[in-house]
Write a protein that binds this ligand. Structure first.
Ligand code: FAD
Ligand code: FES
Length: 275
């Protein structure tokens, strides 16, 4: 069978751009042909003449002919991505890497923790679980941001909370003057104290800044989650996305090929995983 060329870029039209926060935007994309992916995998997003960078789609993997990508402006490529407008054509290649093992989540109480732009992959997972929510016992989504204006997907929260088996708790680290917030004010990890924790063989998925993933993992272990049930979406600098350039090496793993989704059990003995 002929293998797809992993360097092949699929043109995609930007159909909408949503300002999520002062530094984060969500791009609705319509690729020239569907890019089926599994939630947790990543794609390379390029702006013609500028360059490309890896991002995890933030939409459900059941939506195949369109894709959402939520992107924080941090440097050269993301700065240019933030300039694209509806009607512009960008490039996508992929999907690459590992995904969340949904088969193992069936019938379980799934806990999801997302911090900052780390809510992007976790929203993809959350929307994918919602698609066939009957297959899961419950889904609890803990979402954190630095301030209310940094909280993304605000416009979807009420809709998500309507589902009987779903609980969504949100927290911000602080509320600066001039901003308002009527939910929790604490670190996202503190939200664990506000839910009924059921660690026995149930999965928990964490994505956020390295410091948040580190403290969340330590807390989850204290609550009794086992390292095999803690799923982490790791981010390392990437270039090729397909295991050729070694930019993403983390101990014995290539994050682009063996990850980005790892259990804590897989990586707990590797060095510098939280950097
Ligand atoms: C598998 C994967 C999925 C990702 N998903 C998302 C996502 O859904 N949304 C999102 O906003 N970002 C995501 N990222 C991070 C995103 O790829 C980087 O922010 C982007 O590559 C930065 O490119 P730049 O040219 O704008 O920044 P640069 O100018 O290259 O760097 C600016 C700053 O960002 C840091 N940086 C660069 N690349 C990365 C990286 N890969 N991880 C962490 N820090 C980095 C640099 O050290 C520097 O401090 C993901 C990264 C990976 C590896
Ligand atoms: S990004 Fe090139 S080896 Fe992983």
């Amino acid at each position: 069978m002929e293998r797809e060329n992993p360097y092949k870029v699929i043109p995609a039209e930007v159909t909408e751009v949503i300002d999520e926060s002062p530094t984060i935007k969500t791009f609705h994309l319509k690729p020239e042909k569907p890019i089926p992916f599994k939630t947790g995998q990543f794609i390379e997003f390029s702006v013609p003449g500028i360059g490309e960078a890896p991002f995890t789609p933030s939409s459900s993997h059941y939506v195949v002919d369109e894709m959402d990508v939520t992107i924080m402006k941090v440097g050269f490529v993301t700065e240019h991505i933030h300039r694209v407008k509806p009607g512009d054509i960008v490039g996508l290649r992929g999907p690459f890497g590992s995904c969340y093992p949904l088969e193992k989540f069936k019938g379980k109480d799934v806990l999801i923790m997302g911090g900052g732009v780390g809510m992007a992959p976790t929203r993809s997972l959350f929307l994918t679980l919602l698609h066939d929510i009957d297959q899961y016992n419950s889904v609890t989504f803990l979402a954190g941001a630095r301030t209310p204006e940094d909280m993304i997907y605000k416009y979807q929260i009420e809709e998500w909370r309507k589902h009987e088996k779903v609980k969504v708790l949100r927290s911000v680290d602080s509320v600066p003057e001039g901003q308002s917030w009527d939910e929790e004010v604490c670190l996202v990890t503190k939200l664990l104290e506000k839910i009924d924790i059921k660690p026995d063989g149930n999965p928990v998925v964490v994505c956020g800044p390295p410091i948040m993933m580190k403290f969340a993992t330590m807390d989850l272990l204290k609550y009794g989650y086992s390292p095999e049930d803690i799923y982490l979406s790791m981010e390392k600098k990437m270039y090729c996305g397909i295991g050729q350039c070694r930019h993403c090496v983390m101990g014995k793993y290539f994050v682009c090929k063996d990850g980005p989704v790892f259990t804590y059990e897989m990586i707990k003995n590797e060095e510098n995983i939280w950097e």
